[in-house]
Ligand binder design. Structure first.
Ligand code: UN1
Length: 510
């Protein structure tokens, strides 16, 4: 770790990147919101925030824009998303570098985040010609029955710091081809990347030329803005990514006014390692899933359930990987683990490790690093914790790089341990035994929205539906048929005869 990097260097670099992406500097100078880089912990920008009147205007404009946008043919709407994908391709490295500066991701993961945005654009462009409904057999002669999918309305998108821009893109690209308008409230920790992404979207809008004004809005501010977005009756759907506590606040408010929700909340993801697991592959997969993104993905591997016959061997290899994985400045090529987002994150990690130690957990790693050189930044060696059995600390999600390892004796017990938490996002099994793999994927196996074999639980691609069960919130985003949540379904029955037969044989002759 070199100590000479000054925050001002990073601030200047962020400014240069924002300039290249053509974000007006008035948006991030002299505003009320101090933006920090987790690389040094110092302030790099002062971002302008919006108040609730501005949000009110944005929702009003989005609602008016929706009424026009819904009438533009879906493949034409896809053209706007195609142009946005081009802008992202052209600015991939600049946007990725901003993600590194603002969220602390290593270079390849930051570029991966932008790639995920490009991928969802490509997907949505194809989808724009495939928003199809069914034709259904009717019991009445001379009739036809079908489903039509219509645009839904204004979609509110609330995103978190850890995927500061990709999560917006998963929602936005699909919602736009579905004919919806957008209002985005990003995390207060990552407004610069949000401004940059929206500027790129505005470039696509300008090239497209015919989109209604206000089709997509970005509003930056605190919790009160999120609450207003959630409570506004003009917002048909809110897609919210964040903590389970946030989801618990948002979900009932939306239900109160019968609005739709897509909730993408926490995870307490586990992997089961069986006797026949390919060990080299398993160690690599576990290392990425548990330590990658400094343990700050909702899909991060947090619990390892290992068969007693391979436990010592696996823990031996993992403890070496944990001791040697390079932690450091995420801009440096050799770094695999960047900083935690802030001091609160580190304190939550420390608190969990102290609790694990108090119940006899054996801890490798977890120390704070570079506190001398970078006192306002929070770098930590990832922690591997051996526990004799599941405990409250391993049953709750701590958004930090901690992996709890436990032994199992038979697969039924391992499956029980895997499912015995309040979240249900992602899960994995490492085995070459077909029966074990199939049981894990069966109805009595993993209860998660994502269940993988011989790969880790994180790093999903966009073609599948992404989301999870229980306290993860139940929402699904990205691929498969997730688009249906962004549209409303009408069932249509058409009578092309001159008779009027009633369903169920009802007779009603007047
Ligand atoms: C998140 O952590 O909020 O599957 C999303 C993954 C990524 C998305 C994670 N594609 O890890």
């Amino acid at each position: 770790m070199e100590s000479r990097t000054k925050s001002s260097d990073i601030a200047a670099r962020a400014e240069e990147l924002m300039f290249r992406i053509t974000v007006p500097s008035a948006l991030f100078h002299d505003g009320k919101l101090n933006t920090r880089t987790p690389i040094t912990g110092e302030v790099i920008a002062r971002v302008k925030t919006q108040d609730s009147d501005a949000l009110d205007v944005a929702i009003g404009e989005a609602h008016a824009a929706f009424r026009e946008w819904r009438n533009i043919p879906a493949p034409r709407r896809g053209e706007l998303v195609r142009l946005f994908g081009e802008e992202l391709r052209a600015a991939k490295n600049e946007l990725a570098e901003l993600i590194t500066i603002e969220a602390g991701k290593i270079v390849s993961e930051a570029r991966g985040e932008v790639q995920e945005m490009i991928d969802i654009c490509d997907y949505a462009v194809g989808l724009s010609r495939q928003l199809f409904g069914l034709t259904i057999a009717t019991e009445r002669p001379g009739h036809r029955m079908m489903e039509t999918w219509h645009p839904l309305g204004v979609v509110g998108i609330i995103t978190s710091f850890n995927f500061p821009v990709a999560v917006w893109a998963w929602n936005a690209a699909v919602a736009l081809v579905c004919g919806d308008a957008l209002v985005w409230k990003p995390s207060e920790k990552t407004p610069l990347t949000a401004l940059a992404t929206h500027a790129l979207f505005e470039r696509a809008l300008a090239r497209f030329g015919e989109a209604p004004k206000g089709l997509s809005a970005l509003v930056i501010g605190g919790r009160e803005l999120g609450e207003k977005l959630v409570d506004d009756h003009r917002v048909a759907l809110v897609s919210a990514t964040g903590s389970t506590a946030m989801g618990r606040a948002v979900g009932p408010r939306l239900a109160q006014r019968f609005a739709r929700s897509i909730l993408e909340l926490g995870g307490n993801n586990a992997a089961i390692v069986c006797p026949s697991a390919p060990l080299d592959l398993s160690v690599r997969a576990i290392a990425f899933a548990a330590m990658g993104t400094a343990g700050q993905r909702c899909t991060t591997l947090r619990r390892l359930i290992v068969h007693e016959s391979v436990y010592d061997q696996l823990i031996g290899r993992l403890s070496l990987a944990y001791a040697s994985a390079p932690v450091g400045d995420p801009r440096e090529g050799k770094t695999l683990i960047g900083p935690l987002i802030d001091g609160d994150s580190y304190r939550a990690m420390r608190h969990a490790l102290d609790e694990a130690a108090s119940i006899g957990g054996k801890i490798y790693g977890g120390q704070r690093l570079f506190a001398q050189e970078r006192p306002d930044a929070y770098y930590a060696r990832p922690a591997l914790v051996e526990l004799a059995e599941p405990s409250p600390v391993s049953r709750r999600e701590t958004f930090a790089p901690i992996l709890y390892a436990m032994k199992y004796h038979d697969l039924g017990e391992a499956l029980h341990m895997q499912n015995d938490v309040s979240h249900g996002l992602a899960s994995s099994i490492f085995t070459t035994d077909l029966r074990e793999a199939e049981r894990f994927l069966s109805a009595e196996g993993s209860d998660c929205g994502i269940a993988n074999v011989n790969i880790g639980p994180s790093g999903a691609e966009i073609g599948g539906a992404f989301g999870g069960e229980k306290e993860t919130g139940g929402g699904r985003e990205a691929g498969s048929d997730s688009w249906k949540a962004y549209m409303r379904r009408a069932t249509n029955t058409i009578n092309y005869s001159s008779a009027l037969p009633l369903a169920q044989g009802v007779v009603f002759d007047v």
